[in-house]
Design a protein around this ligand. Structure first.
Ligand code: GLC
Length: 522
């Protein structure tokens, strides 16, 4: 692939956002049954995206712009076309026990094999698939083309360590770890109990996954990879902290088990799982406090607004600029899905165009909207893999660069503010005013001479609220707000940058802003 194509050609744009690293969803060799989450070679790049040499160039070009490349690690399964599985199916050593094989529980009157138990796949239906060749079932907690590894086999644990080393040697800054809670299952294979959820018996949510998810062996095994990673960094002596961030959707107490020596952080999905289009300021505060108040000592917070598995924030919360305003100045790492910085929304995909094996994840995965040319400038090929959103004529990078006010410009300003001492180290205070509708949070500078920051957002869809920011007014904050200046405002909010009256600050529905000020302790 020539240097001018692919992500390499977009690095200047990504660097211009001010972000530190790019997480790529899987680009390894794959038959693409689950768009790369079915890996057939963990040490090569799929031709769809380029070659290993292109990848090396990408790492180098990114590095020269101070950007790190973070890969997706899929520890739970491989593709059924992976050489290990092909050999495992034939019982060729040492691969015989690389996967989770089980004999049939019996055979029905027609001679069809009966699965070992009632376990279900996340994508629906039995989690067991029969191999004619091996005359056994294999477990697949996702697609049948994604057989689960057998983590009780130390050889698998070691294989993955070697794969990590392979990519660290190529210069990757770390990994986003996919579906980690599925790594271990109860070897006694008990049936899982019914959850009581009113769903089809083939639906994953029909059962309570107490024997297939979040077993104690999982965080332990991940801690081995964390140790391996930290040891690599120590030996490399390059001062680089190689990051390990984990996909864990479980209840908060379970999620927190993945901190400490297990990873740098499990993803914080509070804004994805606890909020919707009609959430108010109190819900937003709960999403924030639910994480910071539960995190273990010295745990590093993080905030996820969207990803490739869930409706885009602009559709889910019907708000993009207000949402990024709410999360980008919180303590810790901010993880943003491509196009969120433009306000891209979900795209309706007609049934005949659905490509996702789970069926519902295409709408947030449509092409990045670069400009108003054909296919939004995403491809010069005959057609993109998913249709482009109709709004691409106005919601695109080029248009938003040119506009006076745009989500892109707000995003850049917010990222730039993240370098401020108060955003890096300041104390977080949160409060909710105006009938639970307005969330305000502050990052109080440690050093009183540094500027402090406050984010205020009116979550109401239809009510304007007048907020009083004058000294002494914000009862919940232990300081007075002096010398305030509006730094950033949401689109169409009409909040004056200059000469505004801090005691009567008018916030239209869904409008908000970032205010800098000097905090004076009461
Ligand atoms: C994770 C990924 C998802 C994928 C699944 C199976 O949930 O985010 O996209 O389908 O794991 O690997």
């Amino acid at each position: 692939m020539p240097k001018s194509t692919g992500i390499i050609s977009k690095l200047d744009y990504i660097a211009s956002l001010g972000v530190a690293a790019i997480w790529l969803s899987p680009i390894y060799k794959s038959p693409m049954a689950d768009f790369g989450y079915d890996i057939s070679d963990f040490r090569d790049i799929d031709p769809l995206f380029g070659t290993l040499d292109d990848f090396k160039l990408l790492v180098a070009e990114a590095k020269s712009r101070n950007l790190g490349i973070i890969m997706d690690m899929v520890p739970n399964h491989s593709s059924d076309e992976h050489e290990w599985f092909v050999k495992s199916e034939q019982k060729i050593e040492p691969y015989t026990d690389y996967y989770f094989w089980q004999p049939a529980k019996g055979f029905d009157p027609n001679g069809a094999p009966i699965p070992p138990n009632n376990w279900l796949s996340v994508f629906g239906g039995s989690a067991w698939a029969w191999s004619e060749l091996r005359q056994e079932f294999y477990l697949h907690q996702f697609h049948a083309k994604q057989p689960d590894f057998n983590y009780r086999n130390p050889a698998i644990v070691q294989e993955l360590k070697d794969i990590l080393t392979f990519w660290y040697d190529l210069g990757v800054y770390g990994f986003r770890w996919d579906a980690v809670t599925h790594m271990f299952e109860d070897p006694a294979l008990p049936d899982e109990p019914v959850s009581g959820n009113p769903v089809d018996p083939n639906d994953y949510n029909y059962l309570k996954h107490i024997y297939t998810q979040n077993l104690p062996e999982t965080p332990y095994t991940l801690s081995l990879y964390k140790a391996h990673t930290d040891e690599y960094s120590l030996n490399a002596g390059d001062g680089l902290h190689r990051v390990m961030m984990l996909e864990v959707w479980n209840p908060i107490e379970e999620v927190m088990q993945y901190y400490r020596n297990v990873s740098d952080f499990p993803f914080n999905f509070r804004f994805l799982t606890t909020m919707g289009a009609y959430s108010n300021g109190r819900d937003a505060e709960n999403a924030i406090r639910g994480w910071v108040d539960n995190i273990p000592d010295n745990g590093w917070p993080n905030w996820v607004l969207g990803n490739h598995d869930i409706s885009r924030v602009g559709s889910r919360l019907q708000l993009t600029d207000g949402a990024i305003l709410t999360t980008l100045l919180l303590p810790g790492t901010s993880i943003n899905y491509y196009g969120e910085e433009l306000g891209m929304v979900d795209t309706y995909i007609p049934p005949e165009e659905v490509v996702d094996p789970a069926g519902y994840r295409d709408p947030p995965r449509t092409p990045m909207q670069w400009d108003d040319s054909q296919f939004a400038g995403f491809t010069t090929g005959p057609k993109p893999w998913l249709r482009v959103n109709d709004n691409y004529l106005t919601v695109n990078v080029a248009a938003e660069e040119a506009a006076d006010e745009s989500v892109l410009k707000i995003f850049r300003k917010l990222v730039a503010l993240r370098k401020e001492p108060a955003i890096q180290f300041g104390t977080l205070h949160t409060t909710v005013v105006s009938y639970e509708l307005v969330l305000a949070y502050a990052r109080e500078a440690v050093n009183a001479t540094d500027r402090s920051y406050m984010v205020v957002l009116n979550w109401s869809h239809d009510q304007t609220h007048v907020v009083n920011l004058s000294p002494g007014a914000f009862g919940a904050f232990p300081f007075e707000i002096t010398n305030p200046t509006v730094e950033i405002r949401t689109i169409g909010s009409d909040i004056p940058y200059d000469n505004f009256d801090p005691s009567a600050f008018t916030l239209k529905p869904r409008a908000g802003c970032v205010v800098s000020f000097n905090a004076v302790r009461k």
